[in-house]
Design a protein around this ligand. Structure first.
Ligand SMILES: Nc1ncnc2c1ncn2[C@@H]1O[C@H](COP(=O)(O)OP(=O)(O)OP(=O)(O)O)[C@@H](O)[C@H]1O
Ligand SMILES: [Mg+2]
Length: 271
């Protein structure tokens, strides 16, 4: 069985589906709510597990009831959680998310790991990447990420945005799969780089070679975590011997399915 180690933030995501974006000072009734664990590495781990892999999430959660909720949601979706900060009693990061019914666009606010977890430097559990076939880091929890990229397995970076820890991580990264918000991906000294661009073709390069991968066209209902689904499927494909471009193609297929179904988890049943 493919073994994936995912290192990064686990959040609680509170998702409201709204008819349209809120105006200032407005109160509305949401069309539905979903509450689940979230975060790039956590969501990618869920997808990896669903595809048949053995997924471990290395994160910092603690024992607040909301943290327990996130850990239980991840366990229910087949992810083994290794908590590097099990004694923390404060609440984990909660992402507040609105998804717009007509377009599937998402708006997200979160405190992320930074300010809060800086006070709880998470100690990397020993041997976190032992036996891994692939390692994915999302750049949250810098101490954990620095330990993880020393793995022998291929290292995938989910490049969502620039973070200071990346200068330490990048020399060990084999695949950087970035969002279009990532600054100057062309300047990355990483063997293989891809940039996802929502519904537009994915750009990739590997040394002098470069190309594009088309994204399947679907009726878009919910784009929350599309990038995370992409990364989980990309990582899984690598463990099955897929080439870089084949893994990008798998990522695009899985992310398109994710976009076509409402809710953070319901789409997994069709995967
Ligand atoms: N409208 C869409 N139609 C089809 N596929 C989409 C669409 N939006 C996103 N995707 C798929 O998801 C992938 C990642 O999307 P995007 O680049 O928007 O991620 P992101 O910016 O990392 O966002 P996040 O991580 O928050 O989901 C795309 O490359 C594509 O494969
Ligand atoms: Mg992303």
């Amino acid at each position: 069985m493919s073994r994936g180690v995912f290192v990064g933030i686990a959040t609680v995501d509170v998702v409201h589906r709204l008819e349209r974006p809120l105006r200032p000072n407005e109160k509305v009734t949401a069309l539905r709510q979903d509450i689940s664990a979230g975060g790039p590495a956590a969501n990618a781990a869920v997808v990896f597990a669903r595809l048949g892999g053995d997924a471990t999430l290395v994160t910092a959660l603690g024992r607040h009831p909301l943290a327990r909720f996130a850990a239980e949601d991840l366990a229910r979706h087949g992810v083994t959680v290794r908590d590097a900060a099990p004694d923390v009693v404060e609440p984990p990061a909660v992402s507040v998310i609105q998804v717009i019914d007509e377009t599937g666009d998402r708006q997200v606010s979160s405190v992320n790991a930074g300010a809060f977890w800086a006070r709880y430097p998470a100690q990397p559990p020993g041997g976190i990447t032992d036996g891994a076939d692939v390692v994915l880091v999302d750049g949250h929890h810098p101490d954990l990420a620095r330990a993880a990229v020393r793995a022998e397995a291929p290292v995938v970076l989910d490049g969502g945005s620039w973070k200071p820890v990346l200068s330490d991580l990048l020399p060990s990264v084999d695949y950087a799969v970035c969002s279009s918000a990532f600054p100057e991906p062309e300047s990355l000294e990483v063997p293989r780089v891809a940039v996802t661009r929502g519904p537009d073709p994915i750009r990739w390069w590997a040394g002098p070679e470069r190309g594009e991968v088309q994204v399947p066209s679907v009726v878009v209902r919910d784009t929350l975590g599309a990038g995370d689904a992409f990364h989980g499927a990309f990582a899984y494909a690598l463990t099955t011997g897929a080439s870089f471009v084949e893994a990008l193609t798998t990522g695009a297929r899985v992310a398109a399915l994710r976009c076509s179904v409402v809710g953070p988890r319901a789409w997994l049943e069709q995967l």
